[in-house]
Design a protein around this ligand. Structure first.
Ligand code: NAP
Length: 504
């Protein structure tokens, strides 16, 4: 490995070490020591971010667009080191890291373009009506403004696209908000290289140093101190329901509560309608197996549940899915903790009343192999635990006696990132009654494809009702995600010489 990590935090561009260190747990290659974050370091990073905001929050859109493009260029310049370190730390294959790097850079560049277009400012102007009776109307203008320093938690399952310079960071920097990243212990070396890229872009674009800091973890106090800091104005998070909920509660309990944009858990159900299953059940089963096992099932949009009618076509679907999953080799999971959680989730499903094992494999240590279970809609409806996410390549097939019973399952779902319909033309009338139900359950509804693979674009919604996310009005992917770090300000009768440049 050509890159050897220094193991320090980066606070406003300064590399700072701590007395205590933790040792990384790479899937392969050498382990390195990294500084454990401290509350004092969090305080320093947040204060630097607040100072930077006074300048950065008032930069032009062109300046911030150039900064985002420079970060993308610097990441690309470190591409090989990022791939090597990322693969070693996470166990993800090279192709995945290369693809994720491409996505991370295009995401930064997409936000740069979005800034230049300027529509996100949502400018409004109600001109003064001095003659209006019974009262005159003042001049009123509205525009979206950045909120201040934002905390971002690196995600274990996306070392690039949802971590140091990932979607949350890109959206916050685009909005005009400085960012403090709390690194994820699963990939501290990758975070260090990406931080170096950001620091270089800060220098090249003459941005205030406090616009970005990375504090490595290794201690739960770091994350709590960060979200509780009075100068932090919002939090971006992707991770577990338990961790996300704990941090959400801390945000809500602050003297000044702040929004916590957490993307937590989702089972991403697929509803397979009778005609689609009878016409192409085999292809659907193979497609599901691929989507379910891709990346060891460590995607937030992993389709964990398939709901279809019991009967011969249903049996065929189950047996083809089982055969396809049986041929998937063991894949290394992101961390030992995630592998342990996968096994615990598998045991929970296997031990639930009314659940039948279809495919059992021997999953051990940090390796994941697929599991497949079947149950009836009645048993699923009677066991709430079957509706909870198992993070990994585990599928549950739910057999219903009728389309109405499939709809009953839909009605009992928790909030989801995605819900999928597999339909043929002859299924359309049956599917009609599902749309009003699924709209209330999910951020994204798909027909005839699989939910893994989230397009980064203007129309994407990667969010949904709790527990898919803690804020159903928001998305963490796509250009609309900038809204999370903006708030509307109304300017009443403010002289144009005082108005923000964008409003004049
Ligand atoms: P996690 O345990 O929720 O941790 C995510 C981040 O939050 C880490 O930086 C963690 O710090 C911090 N954190 C968690 N609880 C905290 C608390 N009470 N106080 C302060 N900080 C806290 O998620 P993970 O490590 O990524 O993976 C664990 C499980 O999360 C997986 O097995 C999976 O079930 C789920 N997961 C779900 C998704 C999804 O998209 N749905 C994505 C990734 C993971 P530390 O590192 O110090 O613990």
């Amino acid at each position: 490995m050509s890159f050897i990590p220094h193991g320090k935090h980066s606070i406003a561009g300064q590399l700072i070490s701590s007395e205590n260190t933790f040792t990384s747990s790479p899937a392969s290659g050498e382990a390195y020591n990294f500084s454990v974050g401290t509350v004092d370091q969090i305080n320093k990073a947040v204060e630097a971010a607040e100072n930077a905001f006074l300048e950065y929050g008032y930069t032009s859109r062109e300046t911030r667009a150039a900064f985002l493009n420079a970060i993308a260029d610097e990441i690309e310049a470190r591409g090989d080191d990022i791939t090597k370190m990322g693969c070693a730390e996470t166990g993800l294959p090279e192709g995945r890291l290369v693809g994720e790097r491409g996505r991370t850079c295009s995401q930064l560049r997409l936000f740069a373009e979005h800034l230049l277009q300027g529509e996100y400012l949502d400018k409004r102007h109600d001109k003064a009506l001095p003659e209006r009776q019974p009262l005159p109307r003042p001049d009123l203008r509205l525009m979206q403004r950045p909120i201040g320093p934002v905390a971002v938690f690196g995600a274990s399952n996306f070392p690039l696209a949802f971590s140091t310079a990932g979607g949350d960071t890109a959206a916050a920097l685009a909005a005009g908000c400085p960012v403090i990243v709390k690194g994820h212990g699963a990939h501290p070396g990758t975070a260090e290289i990406v931080t170096d890229a950001i620091n270089q872009a800060v220098k090249k674009c003459a941005m205030p140093a406090g616009v970005f800091s990375l504090i490595q973890g290794g201690n739960r106090e770091v994350g709590s101190a960060l979200v509780k800091h009075p100068l932090i104005k919002a939090v971006g998070f992707t991770g577990s329901l338990q961790g996300g909920r704990a941090l959400f509660d801390l945000c809500a309990a602050r003297p000044e509560p702040i929004p916590f944009f957490g993307e937590l858990g989702s089972v991403n159900p697929m509803f397979l309608f009778p005609n689609a299953v009878s016409q192409r059940g085999e292809a659907l089963a193979k497609g599901w197996a691929t989507s379910l096992s891709m990346g060891a099932g460590q995607f937030c949009t992993n389709p964990g549940i398939a709901i279809l009618l019991a009967g011969s076509f249903g049996d065929k679907f189950l047996s083809v899915a089982s055969q396809s999953l049986a041929s998937v080799p063991a894949q290394t999971m992101l961390t030992m903790g995630i592998a342990d959680a996968y096994r615990a989730g598998q045991k929970r499903i296997a031990d639930t009343t009314g659940v039948r094992e279809v495919l059992s494999t021997s999953c051990y240590m940090r390796d994941a192999t697929p599991y497949l279970y079947a149950t009836t809609a009645k048993d699923w409806l009677n066991n709430e635990t079957l509706a909870e996410e198992v993070f990994g390549p585990l599928g549950v097939v739910v057999f219903a006696e009728s389309v109405d019973e499939m709809l009953e399952v839909a009605k009992h779902l928790d909030g989801q990132l995605t819900c999928t319909l597999h339909i043929d033309d002859a299924d359309i009338s049956d599917a009609k009654s599902f749309l009003p139900v699924l709209e209330r359950k999910a951020g994204r509804i798909l027909a005839n494809s699989f939910p893994t693979g989230v397009e980064v674009c203007d129309s994407m919604v990667h969010g949904g009702p709790y527990p898919a996310s803690t804020n159903f009005g928001a998305t963490s992917v796509g250009t609309m995600s900038i809204r999370r770090f903006l708030r509307p300000v109304c300017y009443q009768d403010i002289p144009s010489s005082l108005l923000p440049e964008d409003l004049i």
